[in-house]
Design a binder for this molecule. Structure first.
Ligand code: 6GU
Length: 419
C-alpha cells in the first residue's frame, strides 16, 4: 500500500467521468493540491469514453420504454471500472446518482477508513440501472439535480480526504465544527463565529465573546449550537431520552416530598442551600449536579438569561449539548418558586455573588442549564388564579400546590423519558 509523507497510509481515489479535466483542475488548488503533492492522497481519473467499443466512441444511448434524454451505456462504465481494478488493484466503488441515500458526515467518516475508493460520475440522464449491481454502493449529495456527478465526486473527495491524517493543517478544527461527534453520533450545527471589527454595520460581536471568561464562552457556544439546530435543522438533532439510571432530584419545599417521590424523583428539601446540595451530590455520584429550572408559568421566570423552553425535549438536548447526559450526572429540577428573586448573569444565577436578604440565604454556586417553562394552559391552571397565587408567593414563603406539581412533573418526566 502506498504511503505518503511521514509514513501515513495514503488514500487512493479513482474517479470515472466523461470530463476528467473538470475534476483535475479543482484538485490542484488549496489543501487538496498540497495533500496530493505530499502523497497523503492520490487521485486517478479514467474517461469512460476510452472504453467505448465502437469507432465513434459512443457512451450514451436512448432509454428503453422511451422518455427524454440519453443514458450512459453500461458497457464502457463497467469496462473502465474493471480496467482500473486490474491495473491498480481493488477498491470500494460508489455510483453517484440523485436516486440514492444522501452522503453525510457519517458516510464521510466511514469512507475515510478505506484505502481505495472508486467514484462513478454519471452524465446525461444517468446510468443504465444495471451498473448498480456492479458497484458497492450508490450515493447522492442532496435533494436537487445536477447535470452530472463530477461536482458530487469532488464533494465526496474533499469531505473524505480532509478526515485523513495529514490532509488538514490543524486536525483540531475537525473536532469543533458542524456535525462533529459529541460522544455518539450527536449532531449539532456550529455556533456563530466572529472576527474583527467588533462592530460591523451596527452589528456588535456578542459581549461574552469579547471577554475572557472561557467558561461563559463555552456555555454561549453550546447554547447557540443548540438554539440554531432547533431553529434551522430540528430533524438533525439526535433522538434522546433520559435514561432510567440518570439520578434525578427535585429541589422543592418539604411539604411536596411525597408528590416528588411518587414520580421516582428524590426530593431535596430542608434549608434549601444549593452549595450544600452540590457538595452532597458530588460526593454521592462522583460529579457535580446540573440544575434545571422548572417554571410553572406563573410569570416568575427562574433565570431570565438561560434558554427557557415549553418543550422538555429541547431542555434534554440542551443538557446533552453541554455534556450532562453523558455519564451518571445527577440532574436537579429546581421549582421556580424555590428561587424567589434570582439575579442572573449570562445564564448563571448569581445569588451567590449578590446574596438576597431572604429567609433561606439561598446560594447558587452553579449555572442553571435551562428552564422548562410550562405555560399556564399546559397544566390547566386558570391564568387569573395563577396570577393571584404569584402575588401570594412574592409576599410570603414560597408555596407550590401539590396538585400542580403532580401534573407538571408527570408531563415533563414522560416527555423526557420517551425515545
Ligand atoms: Cl450524485 N448526481 C447528480 N447528477 N445529481 C445529483 C447528485 C448526484 N446528488 C444530488 N444531485
Amino acid at each position: 500500500m502506498a504511503t505518503g509523507a511521514g509514513g501515513v497510509m495514503s488514500l487512493g481515489f479513482e474517479i470515472f467521468t466523461l470530463f476528467p479535466e473538470a475534476v483535475a483542475g479543482f484538485l490542484q488548488a488549496g489543501l487538496m493540491g498540497k495533500a496530493i503533492t505530499a502523497g497523503h492522497i492520490s487521485v486517478h481519473t479514467t474517461n469512460f469514453r476510452e472504453f467505448a467499443s465502437d469507432r465513434h466512441r459512443t457512451v450514451d444511448d436512448t432509454p428503453y420504454g422511451g422518455g427524454a434524454g440519453m443514458l450512459l451505456k453500461p458497457g464502457p462504465v463497467v469496462a473502465a471500472l474493471e480496467h482500473a481494478v486490474a491495473a491498480r488493484g481493488p477498491m470500494h466503488t460508489v455510483m453517484l446518482t440523485p436516486a440514492a441515500p444522501t452522503f453525510d458526515q457519517r458516510a464521510a467518516r466511514r469512507l475515510a477508513t478505506l484505502p481505495r475508493i472508486g467514484i462513478l460520475c454519471g452524465r446525461y440522464e444517468g446510468f443504465d440501472d444495471r451498473v448498480r449491481d456492479c458497484v458497492d454502493e450508490c450515493l447522492s449529495i442532496g435533494d436537487f439535480v445536477l447535470n452530472g456527478g463530477e461536482v458530487a465526486a469532488l464533494v465526496l473527495v474533499e469531505a473524505i480526504a480532509r478526515l485523513r491524517q495529514g490532509v488538514l493543517g490543524n486536525p483540531e478544527s475537525i473536532a469543533h465544527e458542524s456535525f462533529a461527534e459529541t460522544g455518539g453520533d450527536d449532531r449539532w450545527l456550529e455556533p456563530p463565529h466572529f472576527t474583527r471589527p467588533v462592530v460591523f454595520r451596527g452589528l456588535e460581536v456578542p459581549k461574552v465573546l469579547q471577554g475572557g471568561n472561557h467558561r461563559a464562552i463555552a456555555r454561549y457556544r453550546q447554547v447557540e449550537a443548540w438554539r440554531r439546530t432547533w431553529a434551522l435543522r430540528p430533524q438533525l438533532r439526535p433522538r434522546l431520552r433520559l435514561c432510567d439510571e440518570q439520578p434525578l432530584y427535585c429541589l422543592a419545599p418539604g411539604e411536596l416530598a411525597d408528590t416528588i417521590k411518587s414520580h421516582g424523583l428524590e426530593p431535596l428539601s430542608g434549608p434549601i442551600d444549593a452549595k450544600r446540595v452540590r457538595k452532597q451530590l458530588t460526593r454521592r455520584h462522583g460529579c457535580a449536579p446540573r440544575w434545571v429550572g422548572l417554571g410553572l408559568g406563573g410569570g416568575n421566570p427562574t433565570a431570565a438569561s438561560v434558554p427557557a423552553s415549553a418543550n422538555p425535549k429541547q431542555v434534554l438536548d440542551l443538557l446533552a449539548v453541554t455534556g450532562a447526559l453523558s455519564e451518571q450526572t445527577p440532574i436537579v429540577l429546581v421549582l421556580d418558586q424555590v428561587i424567589a428573586s434570582p439575579k442572573t448573569d449570562e445564564g448563571i444565577l448569581t445569588n451567590a455573588a449578590q446574596p438576597q436578604p431572604d429567609a433561606h440565604q439561598r446560594r447558587w454556586p452553579a449555572p442553571v442549564e435551562a428552564v422548562i417553562q410550562m405555560s399556564a394552559d399546559a397544566h390547566q391552571i386558570p391564568g387569573r388564579e395563577l396570577a393571584q397565587r404569584s402575588q401570594i408567593y412574592e409576599s410570603s414563603q414560597p408555596r407550590v400546590p401539590g396538585e400542580w406539581i403532580d401534573q407538571v412533573l408527570s408531563r415533563v418526566l414522560s416527555t423526557l423519558r420517551q425515545p
